[in-house]
Design a protein around this ligand. Structure first.
Ligand SMILES: Nc1nc2c(ncn2[C@@H]2O[C@H](COP(=O)(O)OP(=O)(O)OP(=O)(O)O)[C@@H](O)[C@H]2O)c(=O)[nH]1
Ligand SMILES: [Mg+2]
Length: 317
């Protein structure tokens, strides 16, 4: 694989070669510029997969659920790509999630590709280059792509921009029903999953959640609520049925409009990185240091300096 050119890499991706997929995702993560030619080649083959976003508070059972869903979808002969966001700091290097992912029962299945990506605070809970990773998986023929994101908060709203269907995972007794309102995730959820419903609080939680949804949506049909026990697979078949139903019911227009949202997201991601690179490469570090020194001495303010740097970049084109 080492000497493979970008054109060969693209070819191998299109054949569904997992090593090529892995290499391509590392490439877009580390050196987007080097990945350009490959991305250009595969781009015409993207945009056709069903992308399912899975979000919920840490430890709510997202990964366990993804694993169970994968088992069911796999039986239907779907080819599946899984991208899990890893919130770890650059210091822990994503090792924890990596280990957990390796433990997943499907990680050795040739039709299923699993990958974690470090978010490191980038763009609201999504890793840099998540858009490209999805594109690569689409080009590789994965017709269903599951994207696991971290936490419950404003951040999750980002996932809406790249998923066709959003599952919000809640657990009983964690105050999650209140979170639903606070974080404004009610609007983004296509399906609520009440996981860990082996808990004695599950019934009460379900009632509360349904009451809140009825109240909050002011007459609009509330999204389905599905109870699951991810550890033993209970309710996961029902969840997959609800997903199928959504896909069947939802008209093409709505799906297209969601797909189109991925494009500006990806574009802005690429552009902001390009600009960042220009700043770090084109501005000499000695000049940068002296500017910092001047700001420190309060001779000049950071806003003015930022404006000047941007102007300079524009002129250098
Ligand atoms: N009792 C019970 N435990 C569950 C259930 N689902 C998951 N768990 C357990 O909850 C813990 C967390 O599960 P994960 O699947 O790693 O949760 P996660 O949401 O992916 O966690 P992060 O990725 O760290 O945010 C594990 O110990 C699971 O075995 C469930 O339905 N019932
Ligand atoms: Mg997880």
């Amino acid at each position: 694989m080492k000497k493979m050119g970008m054109s060969d890499l693209a070819q191998e991706i299109l054949k569904g070669n997992h090593r090529a997929i892995a290499r391509a995702i590392s490439l877009v993560e580390n050196d987007r510029n080097a990945a350009r030619e490959m991305m250009k080649k595969i781009f015409p083959h993207t945009g056709g997969s069903l992308i399912i976003g899975i979000t919920g508070s840490p430890g709510s059972g997202k990964s366990t659920l993804v694993d169970q869903m994968t088992g069911l979808l796999r039986k239907k002969r779907d080819k599946i790509g899984i991208v899990a966001m890893d919130p770890s700091s650059p210091f822990s290097g994503g090792a924890i999630l990596g280990d957990r992912i390796r433990m997943m029962q499907h990680s050795v299945d040739p039709q299923i590709f699993i990958r974690s990506m470090a978010t490191r605070g980038h763009l609201g809970g999504l890793a840099r280059a998540t858009g490209e990773a999805i594109s690569i998986l689409e080009a590789a023929g994965k017709n269903i792509i599951l994207v696991e994101t971290v936490g419950v908060g404003q951040d999750e709203v980002e996932v809406v921009k790249l998923a066709d269907i959003i599952l919000v995972i809640l657990i009983p007794g964690a105050g999650d029903e209140i979170q639903v309102f606070k974080a404004g995730i009610m609007e983004i959820a296509d399906i609520f999953v009440l996981n860990k419903s082996d808990s004695p609080f599950a019934e009460r939680m379900e009632k509360q959640l349904r009451a809140m949804l009825d109240l909050g949506l002011g007459g609009k049909a509330p999204p389905p609520v599905v109870k699951t026990v991810a550890t033993d697979g209970q309710g996961v078949d029902k969840l997959v049925k609800e997903i199928d139903k959504l896909v069947a019911d939802r008209d093409q227009e709505l799906r297209d409009s969601r797909k189109k949202r991925l494009i500006p997201w990806m574009l802005m991601d690429i552009i902001s990185e390009k600009i960042y690179h220009s700043v770090t490469h084109d501005i000499e570090s000695s000049e940068f240091e002296s500017l910092i020194e001047r700001i420190y001495r309060r001779e000049i303010d950071p806003y003015t300096v930022a404006d000047e740097i941007v102007e300079k970049l524009k002129k250098s084109r």
